[in-house]
Design a protein around this ligand. Structure first.
Ligand SMILES: [Mg+2]
Length: 198
């Protein structure tokens, strides 16, 4: 896939599906003295998700774990489709696409571990976080520069936003926005050079 094709692919994305542990978090599971589980999310990822929603991109969470923390975080980020306790992710991914009338080719799945493998192979744009397992990076069309929980999701959001910007923003919009888009497109090209598989 050429640089241009990859950019077109990010621009086509209408559904962003995210794993939680290792993607929206650093894969760490923290336990308090009284046994409560804690997770650390990244506020910049959250902002990226909100910006995508603002331009009409659907966002969803599909995770194997089941915790109140994820429900709470998803609610704060206004992520409508939250599927927890999912052992087999591919059927859920397909159902999400069907529900929203979005072809799987226009969906992006971001994963890090083996449980994400089939789901990634079922969408048009499989993305692996930088610190994903090698098998996962291998099936990804794009590997993020940032690690899971440390801005990987924001990076994907920014790439989608940048690729869609010319069509989704007012002509002659904010200069700073145009400059930011230009920078991101440059960054995408550079990232593709580094990470595009032969
Ligand atoms: Mg994971």
């Amino acid at each position: 896939m050429t640089r241009r094709e990859l950019r077109e692919h990010f621009g086509r994305i209408r559904l962003l599906i995210l794993d939680v542990d290792g993607v929206l978090t650093d894969a760490g599971m923290y336990y308090s003295e009284n046994g409560d589980e804690l997770k650390k999310f990244n506020t910049r990822d959250g902002h990226g998700i909100r910006m995508l929603q603002d331009i009409g991109v659907r966002t969803a969470i599909v995770t194997r774990e089941r915790t109140a923390i994820v429900a709470r975080r998803a609610s704060k980020l206004r992520i409508e489709d939250v599927h927890q306790g999912v052992l087999d992710k591919l059927p859920v991914v397909r159902a999400l696409c069907e529900k929203h009338g979005i072809p799987t080719s226009d969906a992006c799945y971001v994963g890090d571990d083996l449980g994400d493998l089939e789901a990634m192979q079922g969408v048009g744009l499989p993305v692996a976080v930088r610190d994903a397992l090698p098998q996962i990076r291998h099936v990804a069309r794009y590997v993020t520069r940032e690690r899971g929980g440390e801005g990987a999701v924001r990076e994907v959001c920014d790439l989608i936003l940048a690729a869609r910007a010319p069509a989704s923003r007012e002509p002659g919009g904010l200069e700073s926005a145009a400059e930011a888009v230009g920078r991101l497109l440059g960054r995408l090209s550079a990232a593709v050079d580094r990470r595009l598989r032969p």
